[in-house]
Design a protein around this ligand. Structure first.
Ligand code: UT7
Length: 334
């Protein structure tokens, strides 16, 4: 009986184009000082025309597969966590699957905004545990800047683009996702949304002229709910895993705002030395922030085989998710 799903490979891919706070000073009434002190962000990667969500998702997936030492044919499920798909139909997972030559595998998207990677990790792990899937490629990929109004200083300084991916394989060792919690508060959907472009509001020239195709957010309310939601669900998953905060080697939180991360760490009584932060270079890439951060933490030696880590996220929906994960133990063979 497969009890666990080990993370056996990982990879990331981001656009080459860098947009700094100084660049944004040319577009809107803002300053590097405001952006750094209010958010912690210094620069972000922005896709150029021709680059799609699947462009970065495919490259991140290719790197994760190579690291796991798997061939495309070994994968039987592809999940893409994204709220910025290439197109309404089909799922971006099918496009990534085709780009990588992963024949016949099941493929679908998970739409849970910034919580999408942990939602996807939970679904992937559950499918491996149940025997419905064996080797899973989980990608989180976003081009949030597609929905950014570059004349709105409230939002344009916050978001960036990119992708991260992991490969999950069955294991009998206690590794991968040990305990997780997913949640949502749909009654707060209006606090962070793109209003038009779906079936509720078809895009018309009038709506386009009003900018209803862009993301809008009540930053203050989302901020408060995020700190509470990430802090409380983190405490619950740590307790459910039979652990205390002392057992957590590293927190890899969703990267939306350094002040949210600091307040969440404070709520948990964990010092910032045990928190991984890279939003200064990428901004908020929604579902992709956590896997991009995982890849960088592993690459820079902040994350080692067997480490116990806490992932926690909060975003549009509103959704939240937290997970205790053991990093990178080997998959069992056979
Ligand atoms: O990933 C999904 C989850 N999303 C989040 O977690 C984001 C949550 N929210 C936030 O990160 C913060 O609320 C923001 C960074 C969006 C805003 O920070 P804040 O400290 O909550 O600022 P505020 O919205 O209270 O605005 C303070 C002032 C306002 O001016 P007035 O009304 O006080 O005169 C804004 O107009 O700052 C102004 N402001 C700016 N000033 C310079 C807003 N954006 C900017 C800007 N540059 N880019």
């Amino acid at each position: 009986m497969t009890a666990y799903a080990a993370i056996t490979g990982w990879g990331m891919a981001v656009p080459e184009r860098v947009v700094t706070n100084a660049d944004l000073e040319q577009l809107v009434e803002t300053s590097d000082e405001w952006i750094v002190t209010r958010t912690g962000i210094r620069e972000r990667r922005v896709a150029v025309p021709g680059e799609r969500t699947s462009t970065f998702g495919t490259e991140a997936g290719r790197r994760a597969l190579a690291m796991a030492g798997l061939a495309p044919g070994d994968i039987d499920l592809v999940i893409v966590a994204t709220c910025t798909p290439d197109q309404p139909l089909p799922a971006t997972a099918c496009l990534v699957q085709a780009n990588l030559g992963i024949a016949r595998a099941a493929a679908f998207d998970v739409v849970a905004a910034c919580s999408g990677f942990i939602y996807g990790l939970t679904v992937a792990t559950s499918m491996i545990r149940s025997g419905a899937a064996r080797n899973v490629l989980l990608v989180a990929a976003e081009i949030l800047t597609h929905y950014v109004d570059w004349s709105d200083r409230n939002t344009c300084v916050l978001f960036g683009d990119g992708a991260g991916a992991v490969v999950l394989q069955p294991s009998t060792e206690p590794t991968g996702l040990l305990h997780g919690e997913l949640g949502a508060a749909g009654e707060h959907a209006d606090l962070l949304a793109v209003d038009a472009g779906g079936t509720a509001l078809r895009l018309t020239p009038e709506l386009l002229a009003c900018g209803r195709q862009y993301v809008h957010m009540n930053g203050r309310d989302v901020f408060k709910l995020a700190v509470r939601g990430m802090g409380d669900s983190s405490q619950r998953v740590i307790a459910a895993a039979g652990l205390t905060t002392d057992d957590i080697d590293l927190i890899v939180p969703h990267q939306a705002n350094l002040r949210i991360i600091e307040a969440t760490a404070k709520r948990l009584g964990i010092s910032m030395e045990r928190v991984f932060v890279n939003l200064d270079r990428y901004g908020n890439t929604s579902a992709a922030t956590i896997p991009i951060a995982l890849v960088e933490a592993a690459t820079h030696g902040r994350l080692r085989q067997g480490d116990t880590i806490l992932l926690t996220a909060f975003g549009a929906g509103l959704t939240w998710a937290s997970a205790v994960v053991r990093w990178g133990a080997p998959a069992s063979q056979g």
